[in-house]
Ligand binder design. Sequence first.
Ligand SMILES: [Zn+2]
Length: 272
Amino acid sequence: MSDNDKIKVTILPTGTMHADLTWLLIDPSRMATQQQPGKQRDWVEVPTHVVYIEHPNGQKLMWDAGVPRDWETRWAPSGLGQFFPVDAATEDDWLDSRLKQLRIEPNDIDYLVLSHLHLDHAANAKFWEKADTTIIVDEAEKAGAFSFDGHSKGAHIKSDYDTLELDTIAEDTELLPGVTLLRTPGHTWGTMSLQVDLADSGTMIFASDSLYLKESYGPPPIAAGIVYDTVAWFNSVDKIRAIQERTDATVIFGHDANQIRELRTGPGNYYT
Ligand SMILES: [Zn+2]
């Protein structure tokens, strides 16, 4: 069986932000106390990635769409550029650079699946505005993302997605053989995770922001500073853990600087 008969998964770093760790991890051990009221904040690397999947049936899937080159202007009205500056992205990292490195155009992608519509995941979705690509989000995410008036709500910036035709899923969905979208809400209205069953590497679960970091997963799980629905979030972690234990999967966290360094990443460095 050659690699071309197998699902290929390429993890592509798409630019690193920095942020206060408190956004990612509500960790009591790092919080100010009566003894140490002025405790130092942790300003940490927050890498982003997308996942490019080539299926042996010929179809191609992109998971998430990274951060935008023009984050400073686009994120200014929401104020979030101050909290999450994309100040550690190289020219090779931006999603348009990644597509060029892969020698593909947006239109070559059959499915663009957005784990959720936050500004660091959906920002470049409009690359696909004129493409024939099917764009998929969770139905609860779509409903929430159009439920408010004005420019943005939290980290949802409407102009990232407002003119796109968004298809939806309403249950866990095997989109391609061995490629399954999992409903894992909590971080937002309808955050999804992606399960890929690989011939050589076993199962990989891309948790996106359902699990920011290894520490988020635990056990015990540690919630984050941005959680839409905390009870749903804990239930989703249980769901991921049940699948992970059943399949002996590798869980890929949404923004884990240590893990992304250990993974095989970049064009040509794929998992099968
Ligand atoms: Zn994120």
